[in-house]
Design a protein around this ligand. Structure first.
Ligand code: ZN
Length: 143
């Protein structure tokens, strides 16, 4: 496997998103979160390497959607992130190195709590509701 350092700052469009390993995300059983208004990505640090990579890919797809105005629901984001992760890991033999990324205790907006956790199974009805909520969150600044 080729180790590639996760960049502290991710350029996307006219913006630069800063990445943190976030104990907050782990405590709330979330794999990750992105706060667009603050240009911050939070990834839960305790997961297996493939889960960390998929979580980062997931937030990356959210950012691409937001910055380039592609309207994706949560399930579409998950699917694209899984495919991207598989390509990076199995297609290119890449493994992420998180040594550049700061670990913090972050306080995210309370609205993020209302999104489903990625580790819990959700029904189709819940998925649709979560997708609608995620789209609504874009205007509020978090996904
Ligand atoms: Zn998401």
């Amino acid at each position: 496997m080729l180790k590639v350092k996760v960049p502290e700052e991710l350029p996307m469009g006219a913006h630069r998103y800063k990445t943190y390993l976030s104990e907050w995300a782990e405590k709330h059983d979330r794999s990750g979160a992105v706060v667009h208004d603050k240009l911050q990505i939070f990834i839960a640090p305790g997961a297996e390497p493939s889960v960390l990579m998929e979580s980062y890919s997931h937030e990356l797809v959210h950012i691409i959607g937001r910055v380039f105005c592609v309207h994706l629901d949560e399930r579409e984001v998950d699917s694209l992130a899984e495919g991207l992760t598989q390509f990076l890991r199995d297609g290119l033999g890449i493994e992420f190195d998180w040594s550049n990324i700061e670990t913090i205790k972050a306080n995210l907006p309370i609205a993020v709590d209302k999104l489903p956790t990625r580790r819990s199974p959700i029904s189709s009805a819940e998925a649709k509701q979560a997708a609608r909520a995620a789209i609504a969150k874009r205007t509020a600044g978090t996904t």
